[in-house]
Design a binder for this molecule. Structure first.
Ligand SMILES: [Zn+2]
Length: 857
């Protein structure tokens, strides 16, 4: 699953932190506290008070999260489902083939959340026997007709109605609920929004739409009979065997998955989708998008077959499932989800070819695809071991970037991942594999994703590429269609390499923290003396064992030394011919660590000029940019304007923001040519921004040319810069872009209308918003609120009506939040106080309501 990875989420999260203050709002699904809470008497009391003669009391520490105990094993799940759109109900018949896992069983305990149970029968050669059961709205406890041994199968059929909207929202700090089954625009009342049904199983929400043993260590084969309006398209796991018209305006689609997989990976998506067909060998690769995006689907998803080839060859394990479909849905609760053979993505992936100039979605497409091996074929046995799914999916983004776009691009991505983990580490440092957590949703953090991905990279660097990928192949083949814990991974690597790897796994997978290294070097008597101190708190975190490389540059020649840092304080000595121009600690830039190795500007200039690795050039250029007025650093940063890697050109461009030092004219000329010609659109856009920052009144002609650029990011930057000039035709120029539906263009226009206090443009804001969704809508509501604040009364009244409408009717909590904030800004306007009260009386989300109450007190 991709949750933390997309910028959109990060953006929303950041905004919510800004606006919500201490109010806890997150985008993670709500979890049933009742399900994972282990009601155990205080373990210390229990332990000490049990007399020695009593039988042993098996207890577990209070928060230990064990894997689900396996009493019964579901072998096959057959579902027959239809829908009541008005009530948002699923009408289902589930037929489960089950056998005891090992010990004989006379009952079957299923997860079934928020159902009406109509009938539970045992099917036995045509005779149906009603079975007794107890149901508490979360668990269905079925008494079997006799005791079954592990060699006996039995088949249970359950008729039920699933009512995901009628479950109480749990007590988590999350906002988006974990409903499992979602009806989007069920009555077709919302304009510009399709009617859809889709599911989201992870972590344990599949049991909100079918009865199952909802745990990742369970797996079964699957059949789905989905009956819907014949105009709608369905998607589920496995292959579509047939689609049959029922003669009453409905059809039944029959989907079949003959390979076993875990219940959290079951899925359905239903809606009016265009299907764009692709192939990987004999395997169907389909892209399901809204009809308006049919012509762009291949541009968005078109690298999928090449990725399937790349990953299949890398792992020496062909893509395991009978097809691969990718579907984009509305109002998705996360970034994407790797349902087996049918991944779901958020609507932000639906972009035009023009928008694809500025961005692509390969990382998320690779992530969900790699899960088809790591997660779906080989599955974590418990949420404690979630990094066995997510760290691999995260690392696939590196692998794909490295293969497709080159090492610089991959390392650029890796740097962002490391920073994401280090940011999180400021407030949270926990074991990567952790058996103690409050809520299973807490596992979906930058530890499981970013840190895990970086750890796999270090493991690859240590064992070497050949051993790394051979070990992964071995791990997959040995554990296919089964559940794993972290030791399975270690053993696979040990079996291939012949080396005990506990030291690596213990310090990285099973402990918290990361190395914090103070490094210094000096040259003395023909030797480089390198001092390394591990500064992390070693009472809480490991003293790390770190195999790495040191590069020493002497007389223009680089020599590489393999070393091992494994003590709290260590001195390393290297024989060299003369005083070195540069010493690079961790020359492969593989460590996930905070490294403080002070170098002077001269050394950094040498490092920039002589390194091939992006991370080395980047490290040097960062510091040189921060000191752009020192010595002749501006000439080195100016040289970086021609760096072969766009990320460094962009860094250099931004280093000249507000620049007023030497060589200004030369720099400006270079920025002008970059604004018009750089290969990368964000670099062109930033060159325009930097030019404008140096002197906002000049270069209007360049900005006008920028408005003809194919890239919307460049057009947006040009508009923004043009708005700051003193040109007389600004209203006319901005007017030409009023109809563009892209946030990069809309925001500078909104900004200009706000700054020039053009209250009559309130209608433009309102009209634009009808075409926007999600974060873009959030932006516009904020701008409109600011504009309305100083506007004439009739504009304020009109705006308040719009805010009122969004605050009540939008499905996305952060859009409702922005609209509510707009109303509060206008609270002195006649009638708005009543609107605020009405919004608060209608808001069903407890966290949001609490926030509203705090805000209006
Ligand atoms: Zn994932």
């Amino acid at each position: 699953m991709t949750m933390t990875k997309n910028n959109f989420r990060v953006f929303i999260y950041t905004l919510l932190i800004l606006f919500a203050g201490s109010c806890k709002i997150s985008d993670k699904p709500v979890v049933d506290a009742t399900e994972t809470d282990v009601a155990v008497v205080d373990d210390l009391v229990l332990k000490d008070s049990v007399p020695a003669q009593q039988p042993p009391v098996f207890y577990q520490p209070k928060d230990y999260k064990e894997s689900r105990i396996q009493k019964n094993d579901i072998i096959h799940t057959k579902l027959d489902v239809s829908f009541d759109w008005a009530k948002q109900h699923l009408l289902g018949i589930a037929t489960l083939e089950v056998k005891p896992y090992f010990y004989p069983q006379n009952s079957l305990l299923l997860d079934a959340k928020g159902f009406d149970i109509h009938e539970v029968v045992l099917l036995n050669n045509g005779t149906n026997t009603n079975l007794e059961y107890e149901y508490d709205n979360l668990k269905l406890d079925i008494a079997l007709d006799k005791e079954y041994t592990r060699n006996e199968k039995f088949t249970i059929q359950i008729k039920y109605t699933a009512k995901p909207n009628e479950m109480e929202v749990g007590g988590s700090a999350a906002i988006t609920s974990d409903k499992g089954l979602y009806f989007i625009n069920p009555l077709g009342e919302e304009l510009n929004k399709p009617r859809q049904i889709w599911t989201q199983g992870e972590t344990e929400s599949s049991s909100k739409w079918f009865p199952t043993i909802d745990a990742p260590n369970q797996r079964c084969t699957q059949e789905m009979y989905i009956t819907v309006d014949e105009k709608l398209t369905t998607l589920s796991n496995g292959v579509l065997v047939y689609s049959k018209l029922n003669g009453d305006g409905t059809k039944t689609d029959y989907w079949k998955m003959e390979l076993p997989h875990a219940p959290y990976l079951f899925m359905m998506a239903i809606g009016e989708f265009a299907i764009v067909k692709d192939k990987w060998g004999d395997i169907d690769v389909d892209y399901y998008v809204e009809p308006a995006y049919e012509k762009y689907a291949r541009s968005i998803f078109g690298n999928t077959p090449e990725m399937m080839t790349f990953f299949s060859e890398l792992l020496n394990y062909p893509y395991p499932w009978p097809k691969y479909a990718q579907v984009v849905v509305r109002d998705y609760v996360s970034g994407a989800m790797e349902n087996t053979s049918a991944s779901i993505f958020m609507e932000q992936l639906q972009v035009t070819d023009q928008e694809l100039i500025d961005t692509h979605w390969d990382y998320i497409i690779a992530h969900e695809l790699f899960h088809q091996w790591f997660g779906n074929l080989v599955t974590t046995e418990s949420w404690s071991n979630l990094p066995l799914n997510e760290s691999f999916a995260n690392y696939s983004e590196y692998l794909w970037n490295e293969y497709k776009y080159g090492k610089d691009e991959a390392d650029y991505h890796a740097l962002e991942e490391a920073q994401q983990y280090l940011k999180e580490a400021e407030s949270k440092q926990v074991d990567l594999i952790r058996f103690y957590y409050n809520d299973k949703e807490d596992m979906f953090d930058s530890h499981s994703y970013s840190k895990g991905g970086r750890i796999l990279h270090m493991l690859r660097k240590y064992v070497g590429d050949d051993a790394f990928f051979k070990s992964l192949e071995h791990y997959l083949k040995k554990n296919e269609f089964s559940s794993v814990e972290v030791h399975n991974l270690r053993l696979a690597f040990e079996e291939i390499t012949g080396e005990d790897l506990n030291w690596f796994f213990n310090q990285w997978f099973l402990a918290a923290g990361h190395p914090i290294l103070d490094v210094s070097h000096q040259y003395l008597d023909g030797k480089v003396i390198l001092e390394v101190s591990q500064k992390q708190d070693t009472s809480k975190f490991p003293v790390y064992s770190l195999p790495l490389y040191v590069d020493i540059y002497v007389d223009g020649r680089k020599e590489r030394f393999a070393v091992k840092v494994d003590k709290p304080y260590q001195v390393l000595e290297f024989q060299v011919g003369a005083k070195p121009s540069l010493v690079v600690f961790d020359a492969e830039h593989q460590l996930l660590a905070e490294i403080n190795h002070e170098k002077d500007l001269e050394e950094l200039a040498f490092q920039y000029n002589n390194s091939t690795a992006f991370l080395a050039r980047n490290e040097a250029l960062q510091t040189l940019s921060e000191n752009i007025y020192a010595s002749n650093n501006n000439t080195i940063v100016a040289k970086a304007l021609d760096d072969p890697f766009w990320g460094l050109r962009q860094l250099a461009v931004n280093a000249f923001e507000n620049y007023e030092g030497d060589n200004l004219q030369v720099v400006e000329q270079k920025l002008i040519s970059m604004a018009l010609q750089d290969k990368k659109s964000v670099v062109r856009a930033d060159a325009i921004g930097t030019l404008s920052s140096i002197d906002s009144t000049r270069h209007a002609d360049i900005y006008k040319k920028g408005m003809e650029d194919p890239s919307l990011v460049v057009i947006g930057a040009s508009l923004y810069a043009y708005g700051k000039t003193n040109e007389k035709d600004k209203d006319q120029v901005f007017g030409k872009f009023e109809k563009v539906n892209n946030v990069n263009v809309i925001v500078p226009i909104a900004n200009y209308y706000l700054e020039s206090q053009q209250f009559d443009k309130a209608d433009w804001f309102i009209a634009r918003m009808e075409h926007l969704k999600g974060a873009d809508l959030y932006y516009m509501l904020q701008y409109l609120g600011q504009l309305a604040l100083a506007a004439p009364p009739e504009v304020q009244t009109k705006t308040a009506d719009v805010f009122h409408d969004y605050a009540i009717n939008n499905d996305l909590y952060y859009v409702r939040l922005a609209a509510f904030q707009g109303l509060v800004l206008l609270e002195d306007v006649a009638g708005v106080e009543q609107m605020i009260q009405k919004v608060m009386s209608r808001e069903k989300n407890p966290q949001l309501l609490q926030y509203y109450q705090n805000m209006t007190q």
